[in-house]
Ligand binder design. Structure first.
Ligand SMILES: Nc1nc2c(ncn2[C@@H]2O[C@H](COP(=O)(O)OP(=O)(O)O)[C@@H](O)[C@H]2O)c(=O)[nH]1
Ligand SMILES: [Mg+2]
Ligand SMILES: [Zn+2]
Length: 393
């Protein structure tokens, strides 16, 4: 980590940062600040000429002082911000990004400053959908170059061949869409999305669509489980219009990632919320794109009333990034108050005697359905990715 420079400088003023220059990508720790890594890499890239970089000389390690500045208490590349525009990445078209200007919502076609690409620790995460960036207008029309990526928060990522792939950044909330029927209601899937949201510390809203196809009392019972835990629940139907107004209010002025199985009605719902979107429905585009590269990239759709929605890939392609088996109990948020009553500190809440979670379930304080979902999750290893860097063998 960077050391703070002398305390004299005012906040957000340039400061000197001493950093290690290292090119060994294998040894990076998970918790290291991404931006700081970017900075480290940038110095390395500036320091090493091209022939060295491609000669495969292996690890390079030395120290150097560079200029950085603080944004939200994170160090970012110091640039001359004069003449730059604040924007938000809404999508990728080939190698170009579409960037929506924050001030006037105009869309610019931007390339990425070469240095940002060269330095990237992981070429897939240089710039991601949802990123806040500073870009400079260049050329005619609405074209520009991205100069800097601001620190990310609320990141959704997945495991792709053992490495983190960020799907979308700066998400305020995840809207988890399920359908009451056709396809049948899969609450275990809702639970998995909830775990993902908890892991990434992003708010979650549960939406159960196609209420017109089922008996209301049955659905109420299931939905109330999530309401009782503390998640907002909205029951919707594109057919009857139920819940659409409520959904529209939930999405307004927020950056929302939409998750859920193909065919549950995500596109139909969004079309109802904002008629300007005109998304393809019938789950056709989801199905035909399965496994294609394009589906990995989320796209931000600006809403007329303010805010954005990001369509994200289905959970089957969505190996959860970096969740350990022994952490899962904490992501079932209603288990948390009871874990401390377990007799064994490493209680798995499956077979142990004196288990606080099981006792709470038996006393009616935890839903048996949620407890069962927890058990099933523990059995399904494929769902969890074991990060070797965190000592899981
Ligand atoms: N009965 C009923 N069908 C719906 C509802 N919402 C969507 N559908 C249908 O479900 C199918 C899949 O919808 P789509 O929006 O493409 O789902 P997506 O794959 O999640 O985007 C389409 O045939 C829709 O007409 C609803 O509320 N009720
Ligand atoms: Mg769709
Ligand atoms: Zn226990």
């Amino acid at each position: 980590m960077a050391k703070r420079g002398g305390g004299k400088g005012k906040k957000n003023r340039g400061r000197k940062v001493r950093v290690d220059i290292r090119r060994n990508k294998q040894t990076r720790a998970r918790d290291q600040n991404l931006t700081q890594e970017l900075l480290n890499d940038e110095i390395a890239a500036e320091d090493v000429n091209a022939s060295e970089r491609f000669s495969g000389k292996g690890q390079l390690s030395r120290r150097r002082t560079v200029l950085a500045e603080d944004v939200d208490d994170q160090a970012v590349r110091a640039i001359d911000t004069e003449g730059t525009i604040e924007g938000r990445i809404t999508s990728f078209v080939g190698l170009n990004c579409q960037v929506e200007s924050i001030t006037d919502r105009r869309v610019y076609e931007c390339t990425i400053r070469g240095i940002l690409r060269t330095i990237a620790r992981d070429s897939r995460n240089v710039v991601v959908t949802g990123d806040r960036v500073l870009f400079r207008r260049e050329g005619d029309d609405y074209q520009g170059v991205i100069e800097r990526v601001e620190p990310r928060r609320g990141v959704l990522s997945r495991n792709s061949q053992g490495r983190e792939h960020i799907i979308v950044a700066n998400i305020d909330q995840v809207l988890i869409v399920a359908s009451a029927a056709e396809p049948e209601l899969k609450t275990n899937l809702i639970d998995r999305y909830l775990i993902m949201a908890e892991r990434h510390e992003i708010d979650a809203v549960v939406c159960i669509n196609k209420t017109d196809l089922v008996e209301p009392a049955w659905l109420q019972r299931i939905a109330s489980v999530y309401g009782a835990i503390g998640y907002p629940v909205v029951l919707t139907s594109v057919e009857t219009g139920q819940g659409i107004e409520q959904l529209r209010a939930l999405l307004k002025n927020r950056q929302t990632a939409i998750s859920g199985q193909s065919g549950v009605g995500k596109s139909s719902l969004l079309n109802c919320v904002d008629a300007g979107l005109q998304l393809e429905t019938s789950g056709v585009s989801d199905a035909s794109n399965k496994g294609r590269h394009t589906t990995r990239r989320a796209k931000l759709l600006p809403l007329q009333d303010g805010g954005w929605v990001a369509d994200t890939p289905g959970i089957r392609q969505f190996g959860l990034w970096d969740i350990l088996l022994e952490e899962v109990d904490g992501y079932y948020i209603e288990f948390r108050p009871f874990i401390r009553y377990c007799r064994f500190p490493d209680c798995s809440h499956t077979h142990e005697k004196g288990c606080g979670v099981k006792e709470a379930m038996e006393a009616g304080m935890i839903s048996p359905r949620r407890y069962d979902s927890y058990l099933r999750l523990r059995e399904d290893d494929t769902f969890l990715w074991k990060n070797p860097a965190r000592g899981q063998g």
